[in-house]
Design a protein around this ligand. Structure first.
Ligand SMILES: [Zn+2]
Length: 187
């Protein structure tokens, strides 16, 4: 894959002149979404976003895992803080998606996959004080309902002591059609 990318890049450089845009997002907005590969090439079009418009932050599940919610201090919060204090962000939108892999984590399959890759889940659980397999699944960021999870992530961001009081919204995108629905009112 790395060679394919480097070859693609040569073609890109021959065919494309990238327009210059500013460093600060001109819509003064940060958008948090998932790493799902089906969002690639679709997400920005579905939201009408252009280069330079917004900061785009991706985590598995567009989520903050349970252990990191307590103090609202993790890499996503750090990135949002940089966006707000250094790049002028004044609004945050969390966009989860339907059929997210984090709603379907099978502990047995996770454990087997780790072992096949030479990582022993039991040792890891002990070393990292995760308690049990459920703790490991929580560390991975598993959740049941995407609308509820987006609302919870919105709340964690709103309450983070590292961030100021600015609007934080929650949306869910249909991974197949690109349709957005609001997660703001669902408890
Ligand atoms: Zn996802």
């Amino acid at each position: 894959m790395i060679n394919e990318i480097l070859n693609n890049n040569k073609q890109f450089l021959q065919q494309t002149n990238v327009p210059q845009v500013g460093h600060a997002p001109c819509k003064r907005t940060a958008i948090v979404t998932c790493m799902d590969c089906r969002l690639v090439g679709m997400f920005e079009s579905a939201l009408g976003l252009e280069r330079g418009d917004v900061l785009e932050l991706r985590t598995a599940g567009a989520t903050i895992s349970q252990p990191d919610r307590v103090n609202a201090n993790n890499d996503l919060i750090r990135s949002l803080a940089g966006g707000i204090y250094l790049l002028g962000v004044r609004e945050i939108i969390v966009v989860g998606h339907t059929e997210c892999g984090l709603t379907k984590i099978n502990p047995t399959a996770l454990s087997a996959s780790m072992q096949a890759m030479g990582v022993d889940p039991k040792t890891l659980i002990e070393q990292e004080h995760l308690g049990n397999m459920d703790g490991l699944v929580n560390w991975m960021g598993a959740f049941q309902d995407v609308h509820i999870n987006v609302q919870q992530v919105v709340d964690v961001i709103k309450k983070s002591p590292f961030l100021p009081d600015i609007p934080v919204h929650g949306l869910v995108i249909d991974i197949n059609t690109g349709e957005l629905t609001t997660a703001d009112t669902i408890q």
